[in-house]
Design a protein around this ligand. Structure first.
Ligand code: UDP
Ligand code: MG
Length: 320
């Protein structure tokens, strides 16, 4: 490619053999209809089903579809990171591969960004009616907590469907995070932003790759990546338990003075349990941070690129 395209679409793809063809079928006419030069960066996050084969096939009759493949599964955020780092466009849209983010909103995002010179256009989930009750509840709690940590700049219910300008992407690229959580990093940039409301559709095929374990992981990454508040919480807990100990101590002293020393046993026992619990909580929280410091010090890359179709094209170009 000689000039940078106007638009890049970054799509993390992991075991989406049933969804991907349907996604491409719906996405391509929309992008073709934009009348701008574009590229799609499909990041194959180490799929183990027929997805890699399908991506090759898609690329055969859609030259704008680039393939970046990880050597192994590295996670949704790592795939996003690779896509952002390898996209060339003046604007970059990130979108899921399962049609939960309707691609019909891309022209609207682009128009809004251009019209109002915005660096960020969030896709905001207006209706989550198709998500399960459990997912809606946990997501509600997640966004509430994140807005407490990052502040109101973080729009409620904004996931990873969004448009970024070149400036915003370049700013994100300067961040050396090993476990980036883009839905927090992007609002944290503080660049001019707008919103496009969309309806979160049902996954078109296959099953979610975000089981409860990964959701908890994302929430923990989000909190520890962005705030030392949990450490402060530990301090408050410590202070609180100290106060409780003072009260219990005074109570025991009075009981002792009156001569009722035997009944003190139960309060002592409860106190010991309580302090033990608080200490465990604090140690657990410290462990979260220490674990992350450890992985940062190790400085392992978040992913390894096994293949990038752009490099292949460049090599073919050089041979000519
Ligand atoms: N995904 C990925 N790596 C993973 C898990 C998911 O690249 O380890 C991709 C997946 O293919 C999809 C997007 O990230 O395009 C969102 O994942 P999913 O739909 O499973 O999550 P949900 O929408 O249920 O939160
Ligand atoms: Mg999904």
């Amino acid at each position: 490619m000689t000039t940078a395209p106007e638009l890049s679409v970054v799509m993390p793809i992991y075991n989406e053999q049933d969804a991907l063809p349907l996604t491409v079928e719906r996405l391509r006419p929309i992008l073709d209809g934009l009348g701008v030069e574009y590229e799609v960066v499909g990041v194959d996050d180490g799929s183990t089903d027929a997805t890699p084969l399908q991506m090759q096939k898609i690329r055969q009759d859609w030259p704008e579809f680039r393939i970046v493949r990880f050597s192994r599964n590295s996670g949704h955020q790592a795939a996003l990171k690779a896509g952002l780092h390898r996209a060339f466009g003046d604007y970059v849209v990130s979108i899921d591969a399962d049609l939960q983010d309707p691609p019909e909103k891309i022209p609207e995002m682009l128009e809004l960004a251009r019209e109002r010179s915005l660096d960020i256009v969030y896709g905001v989930r207006g209706d989550r009616g198709t998500d399960s009750f459990f997912k809606r509840r946990t997501a509600g709690g997640y966004y509430w907590l994140m807005r407490k940590l990052v502040g109101k700049r973080m729009p409620n219910q904004a996931g990873d469907y969004r448009l970024l300008s070149r400036a915003a992407v370049d700013a994100l690229k300067t961040m050396p995070e090993h476990q980036p959580v883009y839905r927090l990093l992007v609002p944290w940039l503080g660049f001019p932003s707008g919103e496009v409301v969309y309806v979160r559709e049902e996954r078109v095929a296959g099953a979610t790759h975000y089981p409860i374990g990964k959701m908890v992981h994302l929430a923990l990454d989000s909190v520890t990546n962005f705030s030392a508040a949990p450490l402060r919480l530990a301090t408050w807990l410590g202070l609180g338990s100290f106060l409780v100990c003072l009260v219990l101590g005074a109570y025991t002293a009075i009981e002792h003075a009156i001569g009722n020393t035997v009944p003190g046993w139960s309060s002592l026992f409860i106190g010991m349990l309580f302090i033990g619990a608080v200490q465990l909580i604090c140690v657990g929280l410290l462990g979260e941070y220490v674990g992350r410091i450890y992985s940062a010090v190790q400085a392992r890359p978040a992913y390894f690129i096994g293949y990038d179709s752009a490099e292949e094209s460049a090599a073919a170009e050089a041979e000519k």
